[in-house]
Design a protein around this ligand. Structure first.
Ligand SMILES: [Zn+2]
Length: 272
């Protein structure tokens, strides 16, 4: 299947991502996000995770997390001994340590914890031509809000459910994806014009439901596909269906039974 894949980014199937929770003990800040490796952490503005830019004891690039042979490796780039801690043990400059979910990394008053990797992501696409414009990982604890605006759909990721700001959105269709506790969930926060919101072509009548991989949600000109991180997907060719399917779950659409055109243009090797 992979050898006949016409799309160029087959390597993305093995691309490793990590979810990191950053806590600052003095500022009572917590943020959680998913990152594709490599991830740079330091006080420099070009770092993926920027720590306090005014703290000169933190190096511009203090720590790098890289993928090596399927393993997640922390490379300590701090120039002073014990300026980085992994599981409370101070590291030497240049030291490399393999990381596992649950490990914590200490840099001054910051604690960075490796979370269980995100298993679910959402892809935001155009409902008519199926072009994907944005992709997000749904990290446990995090939330993604999407609302219609005159300029198009706005999608914002929040580090936690409590950070989602809903003031001023009452006039627009607003939906929320969140992962709080065990189950990833979809909720319709506001729908003043009573627009149709569809799940797998069926009207959603409740305000919240649990998400499952390959759910296909549509409203207005927007289509949102729920995906398993790292798993290829394919869109059903039946023009009256077009839900997204797992490539390896079978050769026919899970909803309408149309044969899936594996190797055709709607096969998606996502970067998600
Ligand atoms: Zn179908």
């Amino acid at each position: 299947m992979q050898t006949s894949n016409p799309l160029p980014n087959t390597a993305s199937q093995t691309m490793q991502t990590v979810a990191i929770e950053v806590t600052n003990e003095h500022r009572a800040e917590v943020q959680r996000r998913a990152y594709s490796l490599p991830v740079t952490i330091g006080r420099g503005g070009t770092c993926d995770i920027q720590l306090d830019p005014d703290n000169r004891a933190i190096s511009r690039v203090h720590v790098e997390i890289v993928e090596e042979g399927g393993r997640t490796i922390l490379y300590n780039r701090a120039s002073n001994a014990n300026a980085t801690r992994v599981e409370r043990r101070g590291l030497q400059p240049g030291e490399r340590v393999e990381l596992h979910p649950g490990y914590s990394i200490g840099v001054f008053d910051y604690t960075l914890k490796l979370l269980e990797p995100a298993r679910i992501g959402i892809a935001v696409a155009d409902r008519h031509d199926l072009t994907v414009s944005k992709e997000f990982h749904l990290v446990p604890g995090s939330a993604i809000i999407a609302y219609e605006s005159p300029g198009g759909l706005v999608v914002e990721a929040a580090a936690s459910l409590s950070e989602v700001k809903t003031e001023g959105l009452g006039g627009n269709l607003t939906v929320l994806f969140y992962y709080d506790g065990d189950e990833p969930t979809f909720a319709i926060l506001a729908n003043p014009a009573q627009e149709q919101v569809l799940l797998d072509r069926g009207l959603i009548r409740q305000n919240a439901l649990y998400l499952r991989p390959f759910d296909t949600i549509e409203f207005g000109t927007t289509r949102i596909e729920v995906l398993n991180v790292g798993q290829a997907s394919i869109v059903c060719d039946n023009p009256g269906c077009r839900v997204v399917n797992a490539v390896d779950a079978g050769s026919h659409c899970r909803l309408c039974g149309t044969p899936l055109n594996i190797g055709g243009p709607t096969l998606r090797q996502r970067r998600i």
